[in-house]
Design a protein around this ligand. Structure first.
Ligand code: HEM
Length: 237
């Protein structure tokens, strides 16, 4: 390895090991994944216009090779880094809280800032783990699942796969439940990421807090609309 590469690797390792670096990397990877999730939700909505448009979109993305592989690599690394850092931060906080309890410090005594703690912030690890398990199931179902082809072409008929999948109650109920947990995760995650990047001050914080809630709800509704419409027969092939 050349000297600049060694220096860069050392700096990245130092960043990964420091607590401020962990928060920064969790924020950056979280926002990158949230951007993907937003684009994915909007792309899904094309199925409401026409199955052909949905399949065409999937096909165009597939044809973007090698860019597609690069995006997939960034996503895979992002998920792994985000999950492992998130668990490390959670464990450090839990240890610190136990020590704080040992000297009888209440939350009010421990901080002068108003608390932004809620169900969403307290369930980050649980919602994160469920989303991780969901992602494996999701990829096995859609990305590596049945390969229908649009007749007379080599194009994947993803629209047929999505429609057939959500005609089954197991998928629709599980997916809608997961979207609730996704909203819970993003409700705290989005706001907290901007906070970790140092982008918020006393004035911007309440705005970012409300925008995170709005964004989380919109994403869950946008994702949930498709399985529900298919399941209740409003959308078919
Ligand atoms: C109703 C909701 C959803 C539907 C219908 C849906 C559909 C799909 C389909 C059809 C694919 C395969 C695309 C292809 O192979 O070209 C896919 C891939 C993927 N989905 Fe979803 N998805 C949904 C929700 C989600 C959510 C909530 C997440 C993340 C939390 C997610 C993450 C992914 C990822 C990471 C991929 C792989 C992307 C790639 O490798 O290029 N999806 N999804």
């Amino acid at each position: 390895m050349t000297q600049p590469a060694v220096l860069l690797t050392n700096r990245l390792l130092l960043l990964y090991q420091s607590s401020i670096g962990k928060k920064l990397l969790t924020g950056i990877t979280g926002l990158t994944l949230a951007l993907f999730v937003t684009v994915h939700m909007l792309a899904n909505l094309t199925l409401f216009f026409s199955p052909a448009a949905y399949n065409q979109f999937g096909h165009v993305v597939e044809q973007l090779w090698p860019l597609t592989y690069l995006i997939e690599l960034v996503l895979a690394l992002g998920v792994i880094l985000h999950a492992s850092l998130g668990i490390q931060i959670w464990r450090t906080k839990r240890r610190a809280r136990r020590e704080a309890y040992a000297v009888y410090l209440s939350a009010g005594q421990a901080t002068e800032n108003p608390s932004y703690q809620n169900l969403s912030s307290r369930s980050m690890v649980v919602s994160g783990i469920v989303l991780g398990v969901f992602l494996v199931w999701h990829l096995l179902t859609f990305k590596f699942g049945l390969r229908y082809a649009v007749s007379g072409t080599e194009m994947r008929d993803l629209a047929r796969l999505v429609i057939e999948t959500f005609q089954q109650p197991l998928y629709t109920v599980s997916y809608v439940t997961v979207f609730g947990l996704l909203a819970l995760h993003l409700r705290h995650g989005l706001w907290s990421a901007w906070q970790s990047l140092g982008a918020l001050n006393r004035h911007l914080r309440p705005l970012a807090y409300s925008l995170s809630l709005a964004m989380a709800v919109l994403l869950a509704l946008g994702f949930g609309a498709l399985p529900l419409a298919i399941y209740f027969g409003l959308l078919s092939q």
